[in-house]
Design a binder for this molecule. Structure first.
Ligand code: ADP
Length: 396
């Protein structure tokens, strides 16, 4: 069957049409600047990208343009909309309500709305995408796949913060974790790739992209992850600070005369390797700057890697061991010097890096540890769209 995968943001929308049997991407693209002006990028498999500027006042017009492009006489991937058998929606926050994907009903939408204040930028946009698809494809079954679902197996000792318990009771303040679809997909793919039993394994997944998070997966279940109530906690990221002393917020607010929104803007958008280096949030730029002798860029890279290594160490403790460590996402899949830097802290685990394989592994599955390494270290490309497609097929 053909599954349309939709990842809807507040002003953008990514899509892929996937043939679930062959798992081939038939067409993919992106709508940008929704509500501002509008730009559609569309690419049928095997053809060049087409870019069309056209008004997209709301997500409904954006999705209509995607559907029109998919059935376009010349470059369409399908002949008619009846060839779209199901739609899989990425939904960012499912709170404690969703521990797995679900077929979307009115009740489900209502429950997702109840989680809006946990992800005020993302969930409303996800719901708008669902509503727009329902309006244009009323008879097509739809599935919601949650970023938080995979992490719902965490025990209370991992998800509770050292705060008054009433905040958990009243407001559900706790660790939720994000990138769950990726951690799920990559941990399973790691076990499969290495030929180990997923249900009897200790796997650490380092999802290192612009947003970055790490998870501990014990016997196929997530037992801890680095992002928290929101995606701000944990690793140092492109522009997000990750873990800091919470008192810094008050300190900076007073010194810089900022209100809470101003401080949050700094922590979310002006921090991370971007804020530390003053160069860029992108590791390609940082690497180039370091090669040109930029010391702040070099330091930002070191801080990033050191934090990843410390989290891996703590998750080895959480699981009392580790069989495999998987690197994934933009940086994890493509940047060999980051992997080498992180692993340089982990010799005590008996990890030996195969430098030659590591240096050439880019965006493909690879084992970057030597055969005698006590812990297997792998690169496993993530594919959240395919994971959403598989979940959609499973449920419809
Ligand atoms: P997100 O999905 O969170 O936006 P990505 O997973 O695309 O992020 O990762 C973005 C990061 O990955 C950037 O820092 C970028 O430098 C790095 N990256 C992405 N692709 C490549 C590549 N082909 N080569 C080197 N680095 C890459």
């Amino acid at each position: 069957m053909n599954v349309l995968v939709i990842n809807c943001g507040s002003s953008s929308l990514k899509y892929q049409l996937i043939d679930s049997e062959s798992e081939e991407v038939l067409a993919k693209g992106l709508c940008e600047r929704i509500g501002i002006d509008g730009r559609l990028t569309y690419q049928k498999a095997g053809l060049d990208k087409e870019i069309t500027d056209a008004a997209m006042p709301t997500h409904k017009e954006a999705i209509q343009m995607v559907l029109d492009a998919l059935v376009n006489e010349k470059t369409g991937a399908i002949k008619s909309l009846s060839e779209i058998n199901a739609v899989g929606h990425r939904v960012v926050h499912g709170g404690e309500k969703f521990a797995s994907s679900v077929v979307i009903t009115e009740d489900v939408i209502k429950t997702v709305e109840e989680c809006n204040d946990l992800a005020p930028l993302h969930n409303p946009a996800n719901i708008i995408g669902i509503r727009a698809c329902q309006a244009l494809m009323p008879n097509v079954p739809m599935v919601g796949v949650f970023d938080t679902a995979f992490h719902q197996t965490m025990p209370a000792k991992a998800y509770l913060y050292g705060l008054p318990y009433e905040y958990y009771d009243k407001y559900k303040v706790r660790r939720y974790g994000f990138h769950g679809t990726s951690h799920d997909f990559v941990s399973k793919a790691t076990a499969e790739y290495l030929g180990i039993d997923y249900n009897n394994s200790k796997i650490i997944v380092a999802h290192l992209g612009n947003g970055a998070s790490i998870s501990a997966v014990l016997n196929g279940k997530c037992v801890d992850t680095s992002m928290g109530l929101t995606p701000l906690e944990g690793l140092v990221m492109g522009t997000r600070c990750g873990d800091i002393d919470p008192s810094i917020m008050e300190f900076i607010a007073k010194k810089e005369n900022l209100d809470i929104d101003g401080v949050m803007e700094v922590l979310n958008k002006k921090s991370g390797v971007f804020g530390m280096s003053g160069v860029s949030s992108d590791f390609r730029d940082l690497t180039a700057a370091r090669e040109d002798g930029n010391e702040k860029a070099a330091m930002a890279i070191d801080v990033f890697c050191y934090r990843v290594a410390k989290y891996i160490g703590s998750y080895v403790a959480a699981m009392n061991g580790v069989d495999a460590i998987a690197f994934t996402a933009g940086i994890g899949e493509n940047t060999q010097h980051i992997r080498e830097n992180v692993l340089s802290y982990l010799g005590y685990l008996g990890i030996n890096l195969d430098k030659e394989v590591n240096d050439s592994a880019r965006g493909v599955e690879a084992t970057i540890s030597t055969p005698d390494s006590k812990v297997k270290v792998v690169v496993i490309p993530t594919n959240e769209e395919l994971a959403i497609c598989r979940e959609t097929v499973r449920l419809v």
